[in-house]
Design a protein around this ligand. Structure first.
Ligand code: GLP
Length: 254
């Protein structure tokens, strides 16, 4: 079972996640991080930046990218990663990849998989979760073994992401995303969620059946997962008291 950490709010959760990231980078200054966009990880990036570590040799692979936005669009995940992650953390932009950033759409998934492999794989993958239960942009129905590929977004996800665009109509219909198999290959996963809107997706991902109908449930197939959630996002967890108990007593085994 995943380690589930229930925190007061996104700030405290960001500190917990930043601690995990800092440990990975301390062990290897060239660590490979899996980078998630969206609003959820912002407190993690801020908490990590506040530690003032030298992250200039870290390598990064984004989870996903829209297909069909005009080049340089501020809503692209390339631009978002640059703004929200590369600049505040002082990463080297040359060492950070986003799916599809190296040529035509055709073959982009295979090229991205090859790039991750030649970097030695992802050491720690940060994940948010969508209200449909998606991780990356793996919408319900995605194979638990899928690799980086083009997907069609659900209308729900397009509505959810409309806040970053002028309207839902401007949100692209397609994307490139690491697959659930790609994500599961990372050595460690950290899944973050804040707010009541994520409670159902978190309950499904952490305690529901492992099923393509809730792509987040793929985390249950991974041996090294930390789920960091605030009280609202934890509201649907049946074993919340046990997770709190286990976290309180975590130091007793040395
Ligand atoms: C997007 C991203 C996901 C992200 C999810 C949740 O669709 N592709 O990687 O986890 O939305 O976003 P937010 O963190 O803004 O709620």
């Amino acid at each position: 079972m995943a380690e589930v950490v229930i925190v007061r709010d996104a700030e405290e959760g960001g500190e917990v996640a930043a601690g995990l990231l800092a440990r990975v980078v301390a062990a290897d200054p060239e660590a490979v991080l899996g980078l998630a966009t969206g609003s959820t990880p912002l407190t993690t990036w801020a908490a990590l930046a506040a530690r003032g570590l030298d992250l200039s040799r870290v390598r990064g692979f984004a989870l996903d990218e829209y297909v069909g936005l005009p080049p340089g669009s501020p809503q692209s995940y390339r631009a978002t990663v640059q703004r929200d992650i590369v600049e505040p953390l002082g990463l080297d932009p040359e060492r950070v990849r986003v799916p599809g950033d190296d040529g035509p759409l055709e073959g982009a998934g295979e090229r991205y998989e090859a790039a991750i492999r030649s970097a030695g794989g992802v050491d720690l993958q940060v994940l948010g979760i969508g209200t449909t239960g998606h991780i990356g942009f793996n919408e319900p129905g995605s194979s638990l073994a899928s690799r980086t590929r083009v997907k069609t977004l659900t209308e729900q996800t397009r509505r959810d992401n409309a806040r970053f665009f002028g309207s839902a109509d401007e949100v692209p219909r397609h994307c490139l995303t690491q697959g659930l198999g790609t994500i599961r290959d990372a050595r460690r996963l950290v899944l973050l969620a804040w707010g009541a809107g994520k409670a159902e997706a978190i309950a499904g991902a952490v305690e529901g059946a492992v099923t393509a109908s809730c792509p987040g449930s793929a985390i249950q197939l991974h041996p090294e997962v930390t789920v960091v959630v605030d009280e609202q996002a934890a509201a649907g967890l049946r074993y919340a008291d046990y997770y709190r108990h286990a976290w309180r007593h975590r130091h007793e085994l040395g």
